[in-house]
Design a binder for this molecule. Structure first.
Ligand code: ZN
Length: 178
């Protein structure tokens, strides 16, 4: 598991807990000490994405996360925001109760959520996804954003105090054994 801060390959697990069918692990980079969280889940495998060319592909959590992470790179978002967003979107997709979902629907959902979260991340994602033909169509999208809701209405995604578990962390073995 690469450190999102410095890219170092090794991290130790400082806390681990299971919520529903997901294991949440608090990790600490062995190189720079950066703390981050990973989520592990059983592959559900019953959601299929229909791509633009009509090919079918199994829904891939990591692929969705990568696209969103890229769009949010270096944006001033609280730690865990991207993972929370990806989880929310995935849960929303599964809750649609459909076996197959067009990739365009997934793209629209992601853009809607990013628009609420961070306008720069949204424009980044949209410019890749919508493949703006020229600077005029990109400008039109930016103008729509500026004339619309103010960024001040953007909501925090992470509830306060969720990761405050100092007691558990202290008890965790240094080797990160579970
Ligand atoms: Zn690091």
């Amino acid at each position: 598991m690469k450190c999102p801060h410095c890219g170092h390959e090794d991290s130790k697990v400082t806390d681990s807990r299971t919520v529903d069918d997901t294991v949440r692990r608090r990790r600490e980079c062995l190189d720079c000490g950066f703390r981050f969280t990973t989520y592990e889940r059983i592959q559900t495998g019953n959601l299929v994405i229909i791509k633009k060319d009509m090919r079918r592909e199994e829904f891939n959590h990591e692929k969705l996360a990568t696209g969103i992470r890229k769009a949010c790179e270096k944006r001033p978002l609280p730690t865990g925001t991207v993972e929370k967003l990806v989880d929310d979107i995935e849960t929303g997709l599964l809750n649609l109760g459909k076996a197959e979902i067009p990739s365009s629907v997934v793209g629209e959902i992601v853009m809607d959520r990013l628009k609420e979260l961070d306008h720069i991340a949204y424009i980044r994602f949209a410019s890749v996804y919508r493949d703006f033909a020229d600077i005029t169509s990109l400008k039109r999208e930016v103008d729509t954003l500026i004339s619309g809701r103010s960024p001040a209405s953007q909501l925090p995604l992470i509830p306060e105090g969720e990761f405050n578990t100092p007691d558990r962390r202290k008890r965790a073995s240094p080797s990160g054994r579970l």
